[in-house]
Design a protein around this ligand. Structure first.
Ligand SMILES: [Zn+2]
Ligand SMILES: [Zn+2]
Length: 793
């Protein structure tokens, strides 16, 4: 069968040649002929591939960057470098209707020809030859793509090149991809290229939602882009559209009903503009270089929040606070649903184009919740544990509270609620700031990672650089059982970086503390009549009042608010509590007003226990007042309270004894509350009374002669010369017994500092005799005396 068919054609051929050449055609001749034909075809193929290698297809097309929201609607787009709206139509957006209409109009044999249509080419060639004029019509969709890729003068050579390119295209791409390229490159007049841009700009919809009438109208524009301008020549376009629709009817491409409906469809197309929503985020994402960026922005929430921010910023202008930024994170999906970089992108006087959401700013107190949660996990703290808020000094670093006051005894939860600085610095000191830096680095805090070797204890009071993006992401981990998920901005961010920041229990304790409304940073301006969904939040105010922060969360959302000036100017009225929090509340009221979501429930590893109200420690035998506290079994400290101890006193209560020096008779026992030396100092300085244990028996051998700390520097009885010009502090060192954890230094009987025995201390002495005392935590004391002289050195 095959052989017969092969031989069938050469039979006529054979006859023709044999007549002219007057030679006999033999079987050998035929074989030879086919061999030559084969070689010729092979050579052509080889030549094609060589040419293909030398002149590769110029198919790198730059498209406009398109940003879409969570519903796939265009929310922003950018012109290409050649100032075109050339938007990429995705394969799935080429609907069967669009495909069918374009092919019926442009290239009926698109699916069967190899890039060029030989019959059409032949016809056009003869027409050109005899009429000496150019006609179109021979161009296939593939050739039109070739022309769009290499625009320029049209002549016989460009036509040949187009055909070559058409073959290249057909070899490299599928038919559907070629159609996609065609739809992306076809010109629609002005700076609009491609069906997607045309569809969006004229009909405000994606190409897969176009009707037959709309597709037909669009398909006639490229033939006469200068005379058929949408919005200007609509009547002419409708005429031409209907002519084509009738042609489709005649060719039976569509049913009569379909054509009827299309003919009746009015055309109201006007040239629209490209939307420019969510400017800061769009611009940030555009830099990633993708043409199509699918964000998770919920446009409704975004626009409402933008309006709130704009109005709120306007209300703060009189105070000199001109900008604000907001991020809203969905806690369940970890998607960023709203991103406001400034109070108005168009505002050129106050730098509205600056993106405040990813600007590096000082975080104020906003890192404190993380610190305390980490301390809960290390067993260092529990919510009701008593801390001391009294002056401290860490090698010259003496933090102060926001109001420059000290509060004496405070619980951990009070310290966090009131954002006290000294307990925070003390907690960071005992946790180790390296651990905090490590955790923040894991949670993508970029500037902190860069500065990690420069940062010290002051970082917990805001002495470091963070962004609103980073802080909002971090806070959402408190709403996610202590697990951090890197926020997702686009559909590409599908794999979350997951970090176990703190335990479920520690996160819960922070949620509880930060959701109390009876706190000092509750905004005074917030009217009690306004309703609020329950949220937990933390405020922060940076040094010099340059930044006001308020970051809040519940189960549904984490909202980060920053207020300040892009110029960096500090403002006396700027604070996280009074400026940022009201905006935070307004946003929660708007986005989550009717939330029926429950509050966080206590996790399994968070239990309750009774503690002594005076120390927050599990009660000892003498503790009287007990309260309920949360703790983490096997983690939280189980050290018992021994705040109230039985003290041995003389009958007149003027002398105290230890077991070794107590006389056989004439003494009594008394339960007394023991106050640490640093608190004694705080109480005396503030004129507050406390229960004092009388001085220890002077003749006691243990306390005064036994294992009392040995002051190794300065040396007892020495004279120290200090430069008047550059007075340097004197060092204090001691050697204490092995069972000692803490020593207390006194200068001239005044408490100076509590420290670890191995820690060096420094103090600035006054001229003359100085008494230096060192007492250990067992009550053993040592005194030395030195003389200080100021001299001209
Ligand atoms: Zn107690
Ligand atoms: Zn004694």
């Amino acid at each position: 069968m095959t052989r017969l068919r092969i031989l069938a054609i050469p039979k006529r051929f054979r006859a023709l040649i044999s007549q002219r050449m007057k030679i006999r055609i033999t079987k050998q001749h035929i074989i030879k002929f086919f061999k030559r034909l084969g070689i010729a075809i092979l050579s052509l193929v080889v030549i094609f591939f060589i040419l293909n290698w030398i002149f590769p297809l110029p198919d790198k097309v730059e498209y406009s960057t398109m940003i879409t929201d969570n519903k796939g609607e265009l929310i922003n787009a950018y012109l290409t470098k050649d100032q075109k709206w050339r938007m990429k139509t995705e394969l799935e957006e080429i609907s069967p209707l669009l495909q069918k209409t374009i092919i019926a109009k442009e290239d009926k044999y698109f699916y069967s020809h190899p890039g060029i249509n030989p019959i059409a080419v032949g016809r056009a060639f003869f027409k050109n030859l005899f009429r000496m004029q150019r006609t179109s019509g021979a161009s296939t969709i593939t050739m039109q793509v070739a022309r769009a890729l290499e625009p320029g003068k049209r002549n016989i050579w460009s036509k040949i090149r187009e055909m070559f390119r058409a073959f290249q295209l057909e070899i490299k791409y599928s038919k559907k991809e070629i159609l996609q390229l065609y739809l992306n490159l076809v010109p629609y007049g002005g700076n609009i290229e491609g069906v997607k841009a045309a569809s969006l700009l004229y009909f405000k919809k994606n190409p897969d939602h176009l009707s037959l009438a709309e597709i037909t109208a669009l398909s006639i524009i490229p033939n006469r882009p200068s005379s058929l301008v949408m919005g200007k020549n609509n009547d002419l376009i409708v005429q031409e559209r209907n002519r084509w629709l009738r042609k489709f009817a005649a060719d039976k491409v569509f049913t009569e009903k379909e054509i009827e409906d299309a003919l009746a469809e009015p055309m109201n197309a006007v040239r629209g503009t490209v939307p420019h929503y969510v400017q800061h985020l769009s611009y940030k994402l555009k830099k990633q270089g993708d043409y199509s960026i699918k964000t998770h922005i919920d446009l409704n929430t975004q626009l409402k929040t933008e309006k709130l921010v704009e109005d709120y910023a306007r209300s703060q202008r009189l105070k000199g606070i001109k900008n604000a930024a907001v991020i809203i994170l969905d806690n369940k999906t970890h998607k960023v649903i709203t991103y406001v970089g400034s109070s108005g992108f168009a505002d050129t006087t106050d730098g509205g184009q600056v993106n405040g959401a990813n600007a590096i700013r000082q975080p104020g107190s906003t890192l404190k919740p993380l610190l305390y949660a980490m301390c809960f996990d290390e067993g260092l703290l529990t919510p009701k544990l008593m801390m001391t808020d009294v002056p401290v000094n860490y090698q010259g670093y003496a933090p102060e509270n926001y109001d420059q006051k000290f509060n004496g005894y405070v619980t951990v939860e009070y310290a966090l609620e009131h954002s006290l600085n000294i307990p925070a610095v003390k907690s960071l000191q005992s946790l180790g700031h390296d651990k905090l830096i490590q955790k923040l680095s894991e949670c993508n805090f970029k500037q902190i990672r860069i500065d990690q070797h420069k940062l010290g204890l002051s970082m917990i009071l805001g002495g470091c650089g963070t962004t609103l993006e980073e802080l909002t992401g971090l806070f959402s981990s408190f709403a996610n059982k202590g697990v951090y998920f890197s926020p997702s901005y686009t559909s590409k961010d599908t794999i979350h970086k997951k970090v176990n920041v703190v335990s479920d229990a520690a996160a819960y304790m922070v949620d509880e503390i930060l959701s109390k409304v009876n706190r000092p940073d509750f905004p005074l301006t917030w009217s009690a009549t306004e309703k609020m969904p329950k949220i937990a939040w933390k405020t922060g105010t940076s040094y010099g009042r340059r930044d006001g922060w308020s970051i809040g969360f519940n189960k549904n959302y984490t909202v980060g608010v920053w207020c300040g000036n892009f110029s960096g100017v500090g403002v006396a009225d700027l604070s996280g509590a009074e400026v940022a929090t009201p905006l935070l509340f307004k946003i929660f009221n708007t986005i989550d007003y009717d939330s029926d979501e429950d509050w966080f429930s206590p996790p399994k590893d968070c239990e309750q226990r009774m503690v002594c109200s005076e120390t927050g420690l599990p009660p000892g035998d003498n503790c009287t007042n007990k309260i309920l506290d949360e703790f983490i079994p096997l983690i939280s400290s189980t050290q018992q309270c021994n705040n109230r101890r039985e003290v041995l006193l003389s009958a007149d209560e003027k002398i105290s004894y230890c077991k070794s020096c107590v006389p056989e008779t004439g003494y009594k026992k008394k339960l007394m509350r023991i106050t640490e030396p640093e608190m004694q100092a705080y109480f005396s300085e503030n004129g507050m009374s406390y229960e004092k244990v009388p001085p220890h028996n002077e003749n006691c051998e243990i306390i005064f002669k036994g294992n009392a700390p040995n002051i190794t520097f300065p040396v007892n009885g020495s004279e120290y010369l200090i430069s008047k010009k550059n007075p340097e502090p004197l060092m204090l060192t001691c050697k204490a017994a092995l069972d000692v954890n803490k020593v207390y230094w006194y200068i001239d009987d005044k408490f100076y500092k509590a420290a670890h025995p191995a820690e060096k201390q420094f103090f600035a002495p006054t001229e003359g005799p100085v008494k230096i005392s060192c007492t250990d935590d067992k009550g053993r004391n040592r005194n030395i005396r030195i003389t200080v002289k100021f001299v001209n050195l």
